[in-house]
Write a protein of this length. Structure first.
Length: 494
């Protein structure tokens, strides 16, 4: 694959989104354009991942300007795998949206903004420049503001104000951090930054700037400061909540992973120790929120927070074994959270409420929904042989190997709380005497079958065929553990 193809994961969703704006009056045209773009993205991302695996890191200097002076796109194995996972999430959530969204949503630019959001996500994964990371973050966030408020319900407007307010704090902090970093190093190209920071050594100002970046990315990933997440994910329509849960926090996690393996590995006793303990606190608070609530939306949202803490704990340990576990679990979580939110949305749509105490007996009319939900629960909780077990085992094993016994124990305990909170949803929703008539159960909750089966297959395959995934994970970890590979691919012999 030519390096010029690196522009396609950005160009395809952007072009399709613009085309759908002009086709706003035709739901059929919008659906066809959206599905064609999503299918093309899946194909491109598969080819990209295979090309990077076979040939190494791909780099594209836009406009012909050489790095570090021009804008550069870079695809290493980490970026390629995340672009692939996000493309799969997009196509499954679109299929679900066709059956679950109301017609008024489809006439108000929901599909264009879903494509614009994915353009921002892919740009964040592929950019090799710190300032353009900020730009793509904002493309993603502006799209999410619109998608969250779409429909105009009071709860959506209230939660969107909170969501926007939090990001109005985080985004200026991001710009300030970038400005300080440029003042200290004279560059914003990530590969060049890695060289300059390595030359500076253990510089206190750079360590302070790195902590500022950790705060910014932590807010965007819902690391500890997650007050915006449960409400906003609960207020969004189910297909939008599914894509939010699968992608939004993962971009913040990716930024932490990229910056603190490539640019800021110089003071791990400060930055990485902070990650470990922030991860532990996030796991605990997220698990307590999940077990204390009796609304399906809130339970699922708090489980997103637990996963964030677990992955950041693994990043904080910094060893190759921990990074492999973090990446495996990150890919699993993108797939499993999309599956969980799609199925949760179907339950709510069928029952007409998300209050668990008002739902019972759905297994009688919707057995497939019930057993798929159980599979998603077991995967998220880390029960073998599903994908969650592989990633969770790798991280916990690394925790023991690195002497992080207390935080590993927290990870194990919160996994049990996650299992309890989600089994509460399964038992309460699917067992007992049903209150629905046969017609009510059969003619609601449409559209979940195909996307849920695709995602369920993937989470099972990632667990049962882990040996087929691990070589790609190892290729990604090789670059994270050896930043000079990334630097050489971008800057050449400089």
């Amino acid at each position: 694959m030519s390096p010029n193809a690196l522009i396609l994961p950005l160009l395809v969703p952007l072009s399709a989104g613009i085309a759908m704006v002009f086709a706003r009056r035709s739901r059929v045209a919008q659906r066809w354009i959206a599905m064609a773009a999503a299918a093309l993205l899946v194909f491109i991302s598969f080819r990209l991942a295979e090309a990077v695996y076979q040939n190494g890191i791909l780099s594209l200097n836009l406009g012909g300007w050489p790095a570090p002076f021009g804008i550069v796109l870079v695809a290493d194995m980490l970026s390629a795998l995340l672009v692939l996972a996000s493309s799969i999430v997009l196509i499954t959530c679109l299929i679900y949206a066709f059956g679950a969204l109301e017609e008024r949503h489809e006439h108000h630019y929901v599909y264009p903004f879903l494509l614009f959001l994915v353009c921002g996500v892919h740009g964040s994964f592929l950019t090799g420049d710190a300032f353009n990371l900020f730009v793509f973050f904002e493309v993603m966030l502006i799209s999410s503001y619109v998608l969250l408020s779409l429909g105009g319900r009071r709860i959506q407007l209230r939660e969107s104000i909170k969501y926007v307010a939090i990001n109005m704090v985080a985004s200026p902090l991001f710009v300030i951090a970038i400005a300080y970093l440029y003042a200290l190093t004279g560059t914003l190209n990530m590969a060049h930054l890695a060289e300059r920071v390595a030359e500076a050594g253990q510089d206190g100002l750079l360590t302070t700037v790195s902590l500022l970046f950790l705060i910014v990315f932590g807010i965007k990933a819902a690391l500890f400061l997650f007050v915006w997440l449960p409400g906003s994910y609960s207020a969004a329509p189910a297909p939008i909540a599914a894509i939010f849960a699968a992608l939004l926090t993962k971009v913040g996690i990716y930024a932490i992973l990229r910056f603190f393996t490539l640019i800021f590995p110089h003071e791990p006793q400060v930055t990485h120790t902070a990650m470990i303990w922030l991860g532990a606190a996030t796991m605990i608070l997220g698990a307590l929120g999940a077990v204390s609530h009796w609304g399906i939306r809130r339970i699922l949202a708090y489980n997103v927070i637990v996963s964030v803490g677990f992955i950041v704990f693994a990043i904080g340990m910094a060893g190759a074994d921990a990074l492999a576990g973090a990446l495996y679990y990150l890919l699993h979580d993108m797939i499993a959270k999309a599956l969980l939110f799609i199925l949760g949305g179907a339950i709510i749509q069928i029952a007409g409420t998300d209050r668990l105490r008002d739902i019972a007996g759905l297994i009688r009319y919707r057995p497939l929904l019930g057993w798929l939900f159980l599979l998603a629960v077991l995967s998220v909780a880390g029960i073998p042989p599903l994908s969650g077990f592989v990633g969770k085992f790798m991280i916990l094993e690394a925790g023991v190997r690195h002497g992080q016994y207390a935080v590993a124990a927290v990870g194990l305990l919160t996994s049990l709380l996650v299992l309890y909170s989600l089994m509460k949803v399964f038992v309460q929703s699917f067992w007992g005497e049903t209150f629905l008539t046969e017609s009510e159960a059969f003619f609601t909750g449409k559209g979940f079958h195909a996307p849920a089966l695709i995602l369920a297959f993937l989470t099972a395959a990632m667990g049962l065929a882990a040996n087929g995934v691990l070589p790609y994970i190892s290729a990604a970890v090789d670059v994270m553990a050896n930043p000079e590979l990334y630097i050489r691919a971008v800057l050449g012999g400089s």
